[in-house]
Design a protein around this ligand. Sequence first.
Ligand code: CMP
Length: 139
Amino acid sequence: RNRQHQLEMQQLIETFPMFAQVSEDSQEELLLLFRPKSASPGERVVRAGDRGDGMYFISSGAVEVQLEDENVRLEAGAFFGEMALLSGGRRTADVVAVDFCEFLLLERRDFNMFMARHPALRAAVSNMARERTEMNVSR
Ligand code: CMP
C-alpha cells in the first residue's frame, strides 16, 4: 500500500472515527466504494419523499436537515441519508447545503453489501437513525 493511500485512509478515519472499527482491508474497500459528490450553498442534496439513492458522509461544509418545525445543522464528520436505506422507504426530510460541501456517497447497493458484512457499523448507523427518529416524533 502506497503512502498516498495511507494518508487517504488516515484522513478518512480522522473525519469519520466510526471507520476505525473496521479492518484496513475494509477501509480500503470503502475508499473504492465512495463516490465523491459536491454541492453549492442552497442546493438540495436529498428531497423528502424520494427513494434513497445512498448515504452521504460530509467531508467538508455543512447541510441543514429541514424538518417540519426545525432545521438541524450537520457538519463535516456527520452523515445523512441513512434512514431511507435502512427502512427501504422514502427520504424523511429535505437536506440542503448551507456551504460549499464535499460528500462521500455510499450508493444503496454498496451500503447493503458493506453493512451486511459489518454488523457493528450497521448497528452504529441504526442507533443514530433511531435517535433521530425519536427526536422527530417527540417534537
Ligand atoms: P433520509 O430519511 O434517508 O433522508 C433525510 C435525512 O435527514 C435522514 O435520512 C437523516 O439522515 C436526516 N435526518 C432526519 N431527521 C434528523 C434529525 N432529527 N437530526 C439529524 N438528521 C436527521
